[in-house]
Design a protein around this ligand. Structure first.
Ligand code: COA
Ligand code: MG
Length: 293
């Protein structure tokens, strides 16, 4: 998944617009973009949208962001959406693998009640939204086969830390958020799942978004969440390998294939060894990740 577009699930207008936005995944939001008195409307909106969109060929992946485990709202969220069989839930304010195990148990029970295969609904966890979460980011590995990806958040974290802002005057994340971002990348690599970059809230600033996408991809993220349809094309482009990258990757793989048994080879005057081969294979895999569905 390159782009994942948040859609407040209590907004019929945004739900109607969302499938045509070109995002690889839609995140139907029941959490922070929905006011407390609108939660019930959002649950109904998400369930109806899932029922309508799941059969559509070539549809984006459908993820529901439920409310966090500590809110007292998550059970009603799951009761409303599990029968409609989303591809995944997004678990906000996750604090390590224990929270994924907890959400896994809630999903197991409801999958059984609804005749779904155990594990049919995956989990994408937001790993850095609270202070305690930062200290357990390394515990996702092996928590659940449902874990599909990790992402991170800077907005709730900055509120929790008591900060005035999370970005500097040039729009770059400040140190506490760069730490959270790095922990997300490392946590995802440790758990062997993709890392997805957080949202860019300045949604009219395309140059700023492009820069943030390029930096994210450089550092190991494989996709990024969006809050506005105008961000989707920029994200998709940034996380799609370029023709030059693909050509380089194919040449690296071919060079190793032509030299079986060699751990290190030369190409264009540069030494290549196993990390380069793995990097080339990773780029080719990114290009081949199929259309969502
Ligand atoms: N998904 C689907 N459609 C969206 C959308 C979204 N996330 N954001 C905007 N749109 C639609 C608008 O409804 C509008 O449609 P219309 O032309 O048919 O009226 C069109 O895109 C243009 O929107 P625009 O006027 O530029 O933005 P806005 O002021 O209506 O909305 C936000 C701005 C930030 C409130 C809105 O983008 C949004 O709700 N984003 C998601 C917020 C969210 O989920 N946050 C939680 C995660 S951090
Ligand atoms: Mg939030």
């Amino acid at each position: 998944m390159r782009s994942l577009l948040f859609v407040p699930a209590d907004s019929p207008g945004k739900l109607a617009k969302a499938p045509g936005c070109g995002a690889d995944a839609l995140i139907l939001d029941l959490e922070d973009s929905v006011a407390p008195e609108r939660k019930e409307a959002a649950r109904a909106g998400a369930a109806a949208f899932l029922a309508q969109t799941l059969p559509v060929p070539g549809r984006p992946r459908l993820i529901v962001r439920v409310n966090g485990l500590a809110t007292g709202l998550i059970d009603a969220d799951l009761d409303a959406v599990v029968p409609a069989h989303p591809d995944a839930i997004m678990l906000p304010k996750a604090e390590g693998g224990a929270c994924v195990v907890h959400a896994d148990a809630k999903l197991c029970a409801r999958e059984a009640l609804n005749g779904l295969a155990e594990g049919a609904i995956r989990i994408v966890a937001i790993a850095t939204e609270t202070a305690p979460a930062l200290f357990v980011a390394g515990t996702y590995r092996g928590a659940s086969a449902r874990l599909a990806a990790l992402t991170w958040g800077a907005e709730d974290l900055s509120t929790e830390l008591g900060a005035e802002t999370n970005r500097d005057a040039q729009g770059r994340f400040l140190d506490p958020y760069r730490l959270a971002r790095t922990l997300c990348i490392a946590a995802a690599a440790a758990a062997d799942v993709p890392a997805l970059d957080t949202v860019y809230v300045d949604f009219r600033n395309d140059a700023g978004l492009r820069r943030e996408c390029e930096e994210a991809r450089r550092d190991g993220f494989t996709g990024k969440m969006a809050i506005h349809p105008a961000q989707v094309a920029t994200i998709n482009t940034a996380f799609t390998p370029s023709d030059d990258e693909l050509a380089w990757s194919r040449r690296v793989v071919e060079t190793f294939e032509r030299n079986p048994g060699l751990g290190t080879v030369g190409l264009d005057g540069k030494m290549l060894d196993m990390p380069h081969l793995k990097q080339a294979q990773r780029i080719l895999a990114l290009a081949h990740r199929g259309a969502p569905g």
